[in-house]
Design a protein around this ligand. Structure first.
Ligand code: NAP
Length: 308
């Protein structure tokens, strides 16, 4: 089978940390070009815009869009219009409308659109989903507390409108939640904390529920220094399940413990290749819907000035 000729757009932190190594490590892909205003990748053709790249390298079959969400729509639209398969980093858009428009365009063009959620590929998420599939969910608690200064240095876009603020990491928790808890989830209320000098929230407290009525709470906070917390605890009719460290450790009934090595992006690229080869799309954007609903229902609280 010929490798899929792929290009990367937006050569920044996540492209360098994860996308480029994962593509290089998967024989199902051949990286042929990159487009980035400042960044570049050695050994392939580089362009400053996606439009120039698509025109100059028609053999490109797929593109991975690794830039911040606010500027991803135009690039995705251009790539799908040119008949390319598209991998969207999370979150798949800055708005729900963008994603719906891209979904319809991909279908019209007969190409693959993949709204990726890397945290769903954390090593213990599949096992958690399988364990919960036949249980009755009684309650879910999520704590996603991290240090924005450590994980997002110099990323001013994250604090701008469309950057999502603390929901940029929080949506990872929501992507796991919607993967492991069967059925639909609704937002009931939320409190969003905005530093007086920022346009996006630094913390959020969300009350959700399953359609059956089991309460789900999520606490997202970007002010946690020291040890970081990425935990989801699910109480069921058969005891508790806890996913820790963003889905890399699993505890069932407080006893059984399993963990696995990190291969989130390797897993994502395997999935993207499978989707392309089977001519399917995966456009689940339920996590973004929960974020949008949290803003719609959100009570705004102004908190102390924050320098990042
Ligand atoms: P980043 O390094 O700040 O941005 C990636 C690249 O996008 C930049 O290097 C820049 O390349 C381009 N870009 C930035 N702002 C732009 C703008 N206004 N217009 C056009 N291009 C722009 O961000 P990142 O951390 O890689 O995150 C990108 C996406 O990946 C986000 O959606 C994020 O949620 C997701 N993600 C990040 C991480 C992480 O650990 N950082 C993990 C998983 C997913 P040029 O200047 O060269 O064009």
């Amino acid at each position: 089978m010929q490798p899929i000729k792929i290009a990367v757009v937006g050569v920044g932190k996540i492209a360098r940390d994860q996308h480029l190594p994962s593509i290089a490590g998967n024989p199902g892909y051949a990286l042929v070009a990159a487009a980035s205003r400042h960044g570049s990748v050695e050994g392939i053709r580089n362009f400053t815009t996606i439009e120039d790249m698509l025109e100059a390298v028609p053999e490109i079959e797929a593109v991975s869009l690794c830039m911040p969400p606010r500027v991803r729509f135009e690039a995705a639209h251009a790539a799908l219009s040119a008949g390319k398969h598209v991998f969207l980093e999370k979150p798949p858009g800055a708005t729900l409308s963008e994603v719906a428009i891209l979904e319809a365009l991909a279908e019209r063009k007969g190409v693959t659109l993949f709204t990726s959620w890397h945290s769903r590929f954390a090593p213990m998420v599949d096992r958690a989903r399988a364990h919960l599939a036949d249980k009755t969910i009684r309650r879910v608690e999520i704590f996603w507390h991290e240090d924005v200064r450590r994980w997002h240095p110099n990323q001013s876009w994250i604090w701008e409108a469309g950057g999502l603020g603390v929901f940029d990491p929080g949506i990872n928790a929501l992507s796991i939640l919607t993967e492991i808890v069967p059925g639909h989830i609704m937002v009931e209320k939320s409190v969003l904390e905005f530093p007086e000098n920022k346009k996006q929230p630094i913390a959020a407290s969300i009350a959700m529920r399953t359609v059956e009525g089991a309460p789900i709470s999520a606490e997202f906070d970007w002010r946690q220094e020291g040890p970081q917390t990425w935990d989801i605890t699910v109480q069921t009719n058969a005891g508790a399940l806890r996913l820790s460290k963003g889905g890399s450790e699993l505890y069932i009934g407080g006893e059984e413990k399993a963990s696995g090595p990190d291969r989130e992006y390797a897993g994502i690229y395997e999935r993207f290749a499978k989707l392309i080869r089977s001519r399917q799309s995966d456009t689940d954007y339920q996590p973004l819907r929960i974020v949008a609903d949290s803003f719609l229902c959100g009570e705004r609280k102004v908190v102390a000035h924050f320098e990042d």
